[in-house]
Write a protein that binds this ligand. Structure first.
Ligand code: ATP
Ligand code: MG
Length: 326
């Protein structure tokens, strides 16, 4: 098998908080092949951004490993990480807050090029900036404009140009279209897909909205309170969701079926567990209508259900009767 672009093993990130340890990411195993997209979905606070940042080593993991192109990158020195940053970039949800309002479009795109000394001369830098503006579909006439003069879509194009400036191989897209109007969302998604094809990019695409990742992801990982509860090819997830939480999430995707809303309410009843000092057992137990006493005990690793479909749920344990949660 080829070396994956990215692989995490038992990745954990805990934060010390007033009343204990907050398990933001709690033992996540993922693999993304070169040129593919892994969608990471889940509700607000389930640890998606923390996972993305920990993968990029922007924050230090509490435990576990991250391998980039087969090389372990957890524990690299600052200098080594700086080199690695060229290959691993991030696109943020809200380009407005991540862009310096006092810098023009041209200056914003030139910034990473200048910091990393990519070009030998100023004319080379400005040539590269112009090229990047073309690549992301920004009109050259906008080079002197400031972020507040542009709409959300154009601002996100600046964010994408900045991420591409160092010619990365792997990009974490953290809710890159969530702040945009639906019509502009499609344009940015198309741009990201075109760039992937042209440059062979590998994406980890984070979103709370399953419909956004449906068509762009090869595989999708569903997260719930720091854990990956289901992982499988995108088509399979929409056709045959196994985890009760995934089923609930899918029912929230707008599909014109009148009974959907009712089922969603039914499954997502109950209190949301706290990620601080979490109780043993399944994190979704409190909200799951299939919950049984054994669901509140022990750890449950992802189980291989065949065809690349993995799920972590007692309903699918060997020997369990009535294991169909659909
Ligand atoms: N620096 C920090 N210190 C303490 N807790 C944190 C810190 N960063 C994140 N958290 C907590 O970790 C958990 C996961 O947060 P994270 O931002 O990764 O979630 P998310 O899935 O990206 O949510 P959203 O969809 O709202 O962006 C949350 O409970 C959050 O409050
Ligand atoms: Mg987030």
């Amino acid at each position: 098998m080829s070396v994956p672009m990215l692989e995490t093993c038992g990745l954990k990130k805990y934060f010390k908080v007033k009343n204990g340890l907050l398990h933001a990411v709690d033992g996540v195993d993922l693999r993304i092949e070169k040129g593919e997209t892994l969608g990471v979905v889940g509700e607000s606070g389930c640890g998606k951004s923390t996972l993305g940042r920990t993968v990029l080593q922007l924050i230090k993991p509490t435990d576990g490993t991250v391998k980039f192109q087969g090389k372990e990158i957890t524990g690299l020195s600052r200098h080594e990480l700086k080199r690695l940053r060229r290959d691993m970039q991030i696109i943020f949800q809200d380009p407005y807050s991540s862009l310096n309002p006092r810098m023009s479009v041209q200056e914003l795109i030139a910034e990473p090029i200048l910091i990393n000394k990519v070009c030998r001369s100023h004319s080379d830098t400005f040539r590269l900036v112009a090229e990047l503006m073309d690549t992301v579909g920004l009109d050259q006439r906008l080079s002197g404009s400031y972020p507040h003069e542009l709409d959300g879509g154009r601002r996100q194009r600046i964010g994408i140009a900045r991420a591409l400036a160092l010619n990365p191989q792997f990009v974490v897209c953290d809710e890159p279209v969530s702040a945009l109007d639906v019509s502009i969302q499609a344009q940015i998604l198309n741009l990201l897909m075109d760039l992937q094809e042209e440059r062979g990019l590998t994406y980890m695409f984070i979103t709370h909205d399953l419909s956004v990742v449906r068509h762009i992801s090869k595989n999708i990982a569903v997260m719930y309170l720091g854990k990956c509860v289901e992982l499988c090819p995108s088509k399979e997830l929409f056709k045959n969701p196994l985890h009760p939480y995934t089923q609930a999430l899918l029912q929230a995707v707008p599909i014109p079926r009148s009974e959907m809303k009712y089922k969603e309410m039914e499954v997502l009843n109950g209190e949301v567990s706290s990620p601080v000092n979490p109780k043993p057992g399944c994190r979704f137990a409190a909200r799951c209508k299939y919950c049984r006493p054994e669901c509140r005990e022990g750890e449950l690793p992802l189980k291989d259900m065949g065809e690349g479909h993995w799920v972590s749920c007692r309903l699918y344990e060997t020997g369990t009767e009535g294991g169909d949660a659909t």
